[in-house]
Design a protein around this ligand. Structure first.
Ligand SMILES: CC(C)(COP(=O)(O)OP(=O)(O)OC[C@H]1O[C@@H](n2cnc3c(N)ncnc32)[C@H](O)[C@@H]1OP(=O)(O)O)[C@@H](O)C(=O)NCCC(=O)NCCS
Length: 469
């Protein structure tokens, strides 16, 4: 083993040990957060964190956190350290950690549904908001609260029922969320002159209400478009958030509910700079209420380079199947992928702005498939695409990350359970993304973050600034 390889392996080992310790410390911390009411827990936590940030900024407020180059400014701000997001951090090689916990950590530590093996998204939300792994009771309390807050105002139902069937499900989803702002407690209290120190409480209330209502909004859209407008079943007090969602969609297979618990957990958050999270944070900084802020984020998620990629992957794989038939050789697959690239398109589901390895959200969905649908032909095809694509993207030499992301796998699982309507997939992503965006929005207001307003230049000014005139 060469010296540098040895050093690298040693430092990776140290990093792993350190991270294991971190996780262990986090789990111990969880038992210290008592009570099942999330707002009460936050009420205790927020002053401590506010103090920490005030003191940190006093000590280090003028310390430099990085540099900005001209390329970064023209290059989509890639790599600029410019945002504070408490809920998760994305490591280019390792993938996402939610409050310090990896996806496998969450699968192991977060409470499960009755007879289930996958984490409940309610627990992930608790973790994102508080930083601690919740108990079964705390998660049960969230499920109960979301059931109590789930009712939709009539005008939103009427609006959804009147949308034309050619309006994309994501447009319907975003419009309904915007219209739900008739219910905003934040907007009402703001208009009445509420004190700034109370903002987080009102954002919390709106966030809990909105998350509770999203499955019903999403189910109405689904049934209007694909189930002849039939009404979703009533919410059942004994089911968790995901289970009620799958029932309202009309899917009763327990392993589909398990998939949805996993899906809604892993799509929730991907640190703060991605389009949906950043948009929600930005719009929220203008003190637009959580409904308006999150709807703005959903319009970003609807873009094909972001959340819509899960739809694009399935469209692409379907074309692949149509043009090459059932069994496909690696050689045929390579030709198809090269043709995609030569026609100036991206291979959907591959590449990432930050990640430089296979996305752990891809890996855990692959593991789900290996467990529940190992012989599914579409799963086999997607696995074959995984085998072939990275080498082609490396050979082409453009994509900085040739590995698959979350969207490369999700559609296959949905297809297996007969949810074949690809246009709908991004709505599921959106329901999940609410957990991360809104947990962050609560902390944005708890920290009293100001309106976001970075400086921009035109090219002549920028050239002058860097001495190029
Ligand atoms: C995710 C994505 C938008 C990141 O964009 P990015 O940070 O600009 O990515 P890179 O820096 O690696 O891009 C460099 C070049 O490689 C290309 N590239 C990146 N991913 C590619 C892919 N999957 N297929 C083909 N080309 C790709 C880019 O289009 C860009 O080409 P250009 O120089 O001609 O403009 C990009 O990888 C992509 O379009 N992937 C496919 C869509 C997708 O899966 N989105 C979901 C993300 S979770």
């Amino acid at each position: 083993m060469s010296h540098s390889t040895m050093l690298r392996s040693l430092s990776q080992q140290l990093l792993r040990n350190n991270k294991n310790l971190l996780s262990a410390a986090g789990v111990r911390q969880a038992s210290a957060v008592s009570g099942t009411n999330l707002k009460d827990v936050l009420e205790k936590l927020i002053p401590e964190k506010q103090k920490e940030v005030v003191e940190f900024r006093k000590r280090k407020g003028s310390a430099k956190a990085g540099e900005v180059t001209v390329d970064m400014m023209y290059g989509g701000m890639r790599g600029i350290k410019a945002l504070v997001t408490e809920t998760s951090v994305l490591d280019p090689d390792e993938g996402i950690r939610f409050r310090g916990y990896t996806i496998p950590d969450c699968q192991k530590l977060l409470p499960k549904g009755a007879k289930g093996e996958e984490p409940l998204p309610e627990g992930l939300f608790w973790l994102l908001v508080t930083g601690s792994i919740p108990t079964q009771e705390q998660v049960k309390a969230i499920s109960k609260e979301w059931i109590e807050r789930a009712a939709l105002p009539n005008h939103v139902i009427t609006m959804l029922n009147n949308f034309p069937s050619n309006l994309h499900p994501m447009s319907q989803f975003s419009a309904a969320i915007t219209a739900l702002n008739s219910e905003s407690k934040f907007a009402k209290a703001y208009a009445e002159g509420v004190h700034k120190s109370k903002y987080w409480e009102l954002v919390y209330e709106d966030s809990m209400d909105l998350i509770a209502k999203l499955p019903t909004v999403a189910a109405i859209i689904y049934r209007n478009l694909y189930r002849d407008g039939s009404t979703p079943c009533a919410i059942d007090n004994n089911k968790d958030w995901s289970w009620n969602f799958t029932s309202m969609l009309g899917y009763e297979e327990p392993s589909f509910t398990e998939l949805m618990r996993l899906y809604l957990t892993i799509h929730s958050d991907h640190e703060g700079g991605n389009v949906s999270a950043h948009t929600c944070h930005l719009v929220g900084s203008a003190l637009s209420d959580p409904y308006l802020s999150f709807a703005a984020g959903m319009n970003g998620l609807a873009g094909p380079l972001h959340g819509l990629a899960n739809q694009e992957v399935l469209v692409w794989v379907t074309k692949l199947r149509e043009s090459l038939g059932g069994e496909v050789s690696d050689e045929q697959l390579r030709d198809f992928i090269w043709n995609t690239l030569k026609s100036g398109q991206v291979v959907p589901g591959y590449g990432h702005a930050v990640l430089r390895k296979t996305d752990p959200r891809y890996t855990c969905q692959r593991e789900f498939a290996l467990k529940h649908l190992p012989n599914d032909p579409l799963f086999k095809l997607v696995s074959q695409v995984y085998k072939v694509t990275p080498d082609i993207l490396i050979e082409q030499g453009k994509a900085k990350n040739p590995w698959p992301n979350v969207d490369a796998h999700s559609g296959v699982l949905l297809q297996y359970y007969k949810m074949t309507e690809m246009n709908y997939y991004t709505v599921l992503f959106g329901v999940s993304r609410a957990l991360g965006c809104l947990a962050s929005l609560i902390w944005d207001r708890a920290f009293g973050l100001p309106i976001e307003r970075p400086k921009s230049y035109d090219t002549p000014h920028l050239r002058k600034l860097v001495g190029d005139s």
